[in-house]
Write a protein that binds this ligand. Sequence first.
Ligand SMILES: Cc1cc2nc3c(=O)[nH]c(=O)nc-3n(C[C@H](O)[C@H](O)[C@H](O)COP(=O)(O)OP(=O)(O)OC[C@H]3O[C@@H](n4cnc5c(N)ncnc54)[C@H](O)[C@@H]3O)c2cc1C
Length: 308
Amino acid sequence: MDNASHIDVIVVGGGLAGLSAALVAARMRLRVVVVDAGKPRNAVAAHSQGYLTRDGASPAELLRLAQEEVAAYGVELLHDEVLVATKTSGEFQLELASGGSLQAGQLVVATGVKDELPELPGLAELWGRDALVCPFCHGWEARDLRTVFWATSGIDLHRAALVSRLTGQLTVVGSQQLIAENAAALEQLVQRGVALQEGEVAALESDGDSAGVPRLRGVRLADGRVLPAQAFYFLSRMQPHDEILRSLGAAMGETPFGPFVRVDQSGQTGVPGLWAAGNVTDPGAQLVHAAAQGYRVGASLAATIALG
Ligand SMILES: Cc1cc2nc3c(=O)[nH]c(=O)nc-3n(C[C@H](O)[C@H](O)[C@H](O)COP(=O)(O)OP(=O)(O)OC[C@H]3O[C@@H](n4cnc5c(N)ncnc54)[C@H](O)[C@@H]3O)c2cc1C
């Protein structure tokens, strides 16, 4: 691409948050470049749910449509990775993995998170199919299935309550300590027909389906028992891709999921010209929230430029 001509906005991360910011900014006649490494968080899932008008579309299809829409407004999409970001004299400079560099006065970081899976044999091959984290994303598709919920913290039991709405065949597995410390919450679940098993989850067991794709068969506990299961809920650890934001001085705030970069109501960090949207700043954001946050950032930075 021609880097010599002036770029108004660089968006790092081409998921729905970044592309939504790009769409709105480009429609305000700003020159926008999106740099995307092409590893959206939900890539392992066959379908994405709950995005109105596109419920059930594959993550790849949703992104393809979004890329087409932004391209129609002249947004340039680079398949690359930003390695280093600096700011001098009011301009952001980005160094790319390909060796190139980019410069602009406004920088949107929408780089998402990485889900770190617990070390559990058999989990990685079932992740996003039968091994799930989000009842809102996959709960309907896994409704009525024989389900095991691995409870690893007391505050996480609210997800078990949600799952109990989706299947009448739910077993919650937790350690002796977790069960003792959360007796009241667990009793409520038991009253709703949820089975409770004390134990440590040791592995997931699977069989290949007719196409050879691994499907969950059971959850093995440390004492050797195997609980038959078709769906398994667990908690991943979300690691924000926030190196760029932190290196530029963005402030952090505490969340129930650990420290995340803090933004104001418009999506701006405390650093002038530096914006963030989507999971990188909001661990709870689903696709529709990520897109909405990107929209807000695109509109806010366009207003900043227009008024500046
Ligand atoms: C298994 C699974 C299933 C899910 N299913 C659903 C669902 O059905 N419905 C729903 O609403 N939500 C679902 N989610 C949540 C959804 O994935 C997120 O809400 C959404 O991806 C957040 O969008 P984002 O734009 O913030 O980040 P992402 O979609 O993760 O996009 C971030 C992009 O930034 C890129 N990037 C990162 N660092 C750099 C860098 N340095 N340089 C260049 N590019 C970079 C990444 O490669 C990636 O392409 C699911 C999540 C998981 C894990």
